[in-house]
Ligand binder design. Structure first.
Ligand code: MIG
Length: 742
């Protein structure tokens, strides 16, 4: 299917990308080159697909069997700007839209997609806040259990009015460019998000160390201080994998330099490596406009900087007057990647991209003048037209730089800004939040919406960035952070120190416990990353991901699922010692007590300061390993599989060397077949050549009677704990294992 026809104020083309994904393109006069900043390659057109029917100025999106999934009121160039208006029904909820504030359901909000440096995205500071650092123009509409999706691929400014002005209408308009919309027919959220990830690209598997705990601060001011923090972690036996160098390591904020407080950076990173730490350094795009500065000189030779008229544009950021690399060009990205080698030669392992909206202190608008020109791969574009892609293009350059230094290793790149598809280049952290309870709670829905917008690897500053944290808030936030994909404690200059040991012994123990839990759970989290890298399935999922027919799941924004099996219900209020938890349909087991609940109901969870309420879905198989102080000591020689019965279930175990891009792997499906009493555990034949665990230690929960355990037909010794209602035993690994607990 490929149709061309007239549309209000222009011409439109309709094509099917996949049977369940339609594309509507429209231009006022001539169509521009078909090149996207989100999509690397469009798949060839599909047949037998969803379709679109126009009726007057309205239209209907139909799925493969002809069912109307969306009713459009208009699509075209009514007031000169490309616009689309879609009818909303009473109970429609809108999710996704990348990184935005205002709760999980975006219905009723107006959001402007225009990447911007917002210092502190709280209502108190910015009551009318409509934009943040990242723009992902992709939304999921959940309508009575059926989902569909919309993606408008346009890196210019867009306004998404999601029933904010007219209660029954989703109206999206762009300031520049074409109408370029993808409709995802659904009906499952999972299907839509997988398609969106297929279209815009998937997160490449990060190194395992990227999944450990990371400690940051703006800034660790000296080399000695960094080493002291590292030693503290090891002395206090608090696991940690990475420390960060914020902007104060630079000489006058010149990118890719070290100042005299960091006289021997290579020695420092070597010492850190000896303790098992990786070093991540911050990189800002603005290059100091200092004629003596080598990076500037070589950039000028490359003609690398963004122009306004005939001249390089000069703005102002931390270094003072700066020029901005024109990352939209491949040659510029390659030059940047070469410059970045200074960091890698000094032993820096990961790169942290900040201020890449790009931020500009010289203007009230906080970014580049809109008439600056970028020499993109599809010809010159004004900043106005491609603003939202700057951050992603910088992250792409950064990634190329890390790969240049270590071509066989999986890069670790973090970015504040991005556009749809940013997950191909970097993980996203949600920028300058604040140390308060409101932001702790808000981070859950922000990360959930980012996760379903194609960005599975994301995290918020744990403990909060702006303002000073307190012990209780840090403890609660560390427990939440331990279950989010990216787990980094970070805080602002001039605030109270926020490392795990800064609030007394009790809080230190709480933080240690949270981090230890993270390290014990790494095989579970790693397997979720493997899955996300292969098909875009989020690691951290809203309840409605798995229960999209349950209205209460669609309304719950203070809980989430880590994978399918683990429900996390963080405490989000100060002073609370308990909280109410909504459990989705099915049977759920309390992690902390031998209690089992029927779902589709609220329960009251006890939550003393040392505890985050956790529930396991019946049929869950969750792998644990012993605590390590960092992932360099990670060992999957003995893997403990905890099994919670009550339903059938399965888990796909995944392991590899944790770092190589094309290394060996070991993948194995493990299945639980529930029988009353007991059940059967089956290990399916593994794939891949990476070394297998030697021993599987199995803990089966909720076994109240004296159970016999048979491994491949022969009875084996099992330990029983009556109070904990568990049966525990070990089996050596082999190709075929079948265990019966009866
Ligand atoms: O204008 O580099 O969001 O994480 O610590 C502030 C200093 C610049 C903003 C980042 C924050 C970082 C800080 N940066």
């Amino acid at each position: 299917m490929r149709k061309e026809f007239a549309i209000e104020g222009g011409r439109a083309r309709l094509s099917a990308i996949w049977p369940d994904v339609l594309r509507l393109r429209a231009a006022r006069e001539k169509f521009g080159p078909d090149r996207s900043f989100a999509i690397d390659r469009l798949p060839p057109a599909a047949k037998g697909a969803a379709s679109l029917a126009f009726e007057g100025t309205g239209f209907k999106v139909l799925d493969e069997v002809g069912r109307v999934i969306l009713s459009g009121r208009e699509a075209g160039f009514k007031v000169g700007q490309p616009t689309i208006a879609i009818e909303l029904q009473e109970r429609d909820r809108i999710f996704g839209l990348g990184e935005t504030t205002g709760g999980m359901n975006k219905r009723g909000l107006v959001r402007e997609l225009w990447n911007i440096d917002i210092l502190g995205h709280t209502k108190a500071i910015y009551p009318g806040l409509k934009s943040l650092y990242v723009s992902i123009p992709f939304a999921i509409i959940l309508r009575d259990g059926r989902a569909c999706g919309i993606f408008w691929d346009n890196p210019g400014r867009q306004v998404w009015d999601m029933g904010g002005t007219k209660g029954d209408e989703l109206r999206v308009s762009a300031e520049t460019g074409e109408l370029n919309i993808y409709f995802f027919a659904g009906p499952t959220v999972e299907g839509i998000v997988k398609r969106f990830a297929e279209l815009t690209g998937r997160m490449p598997m990060p190194p395992r160390w990227g999944l450990g705990f990371h400690q940051c601060r703006y800034s660790y001011m000296t080399q000695e201080r960094v080493l002291e923090v590292a030693r503290n972690f090891r002395e206090k036996q608090i696991p940690c994998d990475a420390l960060y160098l914020d902007i104060d390591h630079m000489r006058g904020y010149r990118v890719f330099t070290f100042n005299n407080k960091f006289p021997r950076p290579a020695e420092m990173t070597k010492d850190l490596a000896a303790y098992g730490f990786r070093t991540v350094a911050i990189v800002d795009p603005g290059v100091k406009n200092d004629p003596q500065f080598g990076v500037l000189q070589r950039g000028l030779q490359e003609n690398a900087f963004v122009k306004r008229g005939k001249e390089d544009y000069v703005g102002r950021v931390w270094p003072g007057r700066v020029k901005f690399p024109d990352f939209y060009r491949k040659s510029v990205r390659q030059w940047w990647a070469r410059e970045q080698q200074v960091l890698h030669r000094a032993g820096v392992a990961g790169v942290w991209n900040d201020m890449n909206e790009p931020a500009n202190f010289a203007l009230k608008t906080k970014t580049l003048p809109l008439d600056c020109v970028h020499e993109t791969e599809i010809g010159p574009k004004t900043h106005l037209e491609v603003h939202n892609a700057y951050g992603s293009e910088m992250a792409k350059a950064s990634r190329a730089g890390v790969l240049k230094a270590r071509p066989t290793e999986r890069p670790f790149v973090i970015t504040r800004d991005g556009y749809a598809g940013v997950q191909k280049h970097a993980l996203v952290w949600t920028g300058d939040n604040s140390s308060n309870w409101e932001h702790l709670a808000d981070s859950i829905s922000m990360l959930l919406n980012l996760s379903v917008s194609g960005v599975p690897f994301c995290g918020a500053d744990v403990g909060g960035f702006l303002d000073s944290c307190n012990g209780e808030l840090l403890g609660r936030w560390m427990m939440l952070g331990a279950f989010t994909p990216f787990f980094r404690n970070h805080s602002n200059i001039g605030t109270r120190d926020q490392e795990p040991w800064c609030f007394g012994e009790e809080i230190e123990a709480v933080c240690r416990g949270a981090i230890q839990m993270r390290y014990q759970l790494l095989p579970y989290i790693y397997a979720l990353f493997d899955r996300a890298a292969r098909d875009g399935t989020p690691i951290m999922r809203p309840l409605w991901w798995h229960y999209q027919n349950d209205p209460q799941c669609a309304a719950t924004q203070d809980e989430f699922l880590l994978g399918e099996s683990l429900l996390v219900a963080p405490v989000i209020q100060p002073g609370a010692q308990a909280r109410s938890v909504y459990l989705p349909p099915g049977t759920w087991h309390d992690f902390w007590s031998p209690e089992t609940f029927r779902g589709r109901a609220h329960v009251l969870a006890e939550a003393p300061l040392s505890r985050i309420p956790l529930y396991l879905k019946a049929g869950a198989i969750v792998p644990f390993v012993p605590v390590a102080q960092h992932t360099g000591e990670y060992s999957a020689e003995t893997v403990t599989l905890q099994i919670w019965p009550g339903a059938d279930g399965s888990f796909e175990f995944y392991d590899d060397d944790g770092i190589s891009i094309a290394g060996e792997f070991y993948r194995r499906r493990i299945e639980w077949r529930d029988r009353d009493p007991g059940g059967v555990i089956r290990f399916h034949p593994p794939t891949g050549k990476w070394k297998a665990p030697k021993v599987w230690r199995i803990i089966a929960h909720r076994i109240t009677r004296r159970a016999r355990v048979l491994a491949n037909g022969a009875e084996i010794e099992a330990h029983r704990d009556r109070d904990m209602e568990i049966v525990a035993f070990e089996v050596e690994n082999s190709r075929d294992i079948e265990i019966v607990i009866a």
